[in-house]
Design a binder for this molecule. Sequence first.
Ligand code: 5GP
Ligand code: ZN
Length: 138
Amino acid sequence: MSADDCIFCKIAGGEIPAVRIYEDQVVVAFLDTGPVSDGHTLVIPRQHFKKFHDCPADLLAQIGSRLGKIAKAVSAAVSSDGYNVLCNNGRAAGQIVEHMHFHIIPRMAGDGVFDRWPSYSYEKGKAEQLAAKIRENL
Ligand code: 5GP
Ligand code: ZN
């Protein structure tokens, strides 16, 4: 998906309607049309980047500095008990729209969303091996 046929670029540019809740020169925030909970919001940079690591660090910082303020307002508006800030990267991780975006998902105690979190324990030595491999790639 290039920026030319990107639905989120079109929302940022006003070519496609969205229920917008905040915008400035860096980001646009709007309600997700397929919400997981009331108030489910998407925050996108105006600039098109596919994944989190494609986005320059200074822009990530600018987006990050806005996420808290928007999440606080979303959570207050629906009186949620908590919220998730989520960024899916790649199809395997659930990314459908290939314009980097952050979900702000209001959560209520006991709502059951994301209940299945299939955690497990590493065998002895595996965590250290993985850590070394990750450091090689930094
Ligand atoms: P992803 O799975 O890529 O992380 O999330 C994409 C999100 O964008 C989905 O939650 C989906 O409901 C939402 N979405 C897809 N198309 C549109 C649209 O045209 N307008 C809005 N407001 N949300 C959209
Ligand atoms: Zn885009």
